[in-house]
Unconditional design. Sequence first.
Length: 110
Amino acid sequence: MVREFYRDDIDALKQEQAVGEGKDGLLLVLRKPDQPGRAQEVETLVKRENESRTVIFRRVIQLSRELGDKDLPLVRQVFARLNRQTARPGDRVQQEDGRWETVQAPEAAK
């Protein structure tokens, strides 16, 4: 529910390229706003989003007989891949090798 509550705010920050999807499955601040109050707000939103994601990671492990705590990096990696695949044009995503890219709009069919 926390993720859903903040989704519009997070999406707006992604479009501003202030935050991006990290290769570890977490949201990262890429550029802090100039206004001190706004900078703190962004940090808080990212912290809450990442706390929610961590709950999801741990729940996936709990629900799977095949996974254990040692598999947390794998779960985070899969989550990061899903985030890259579902990112919208203009969003910033970190590739597995650490490079940051901006998602491009798909080319129109010819």
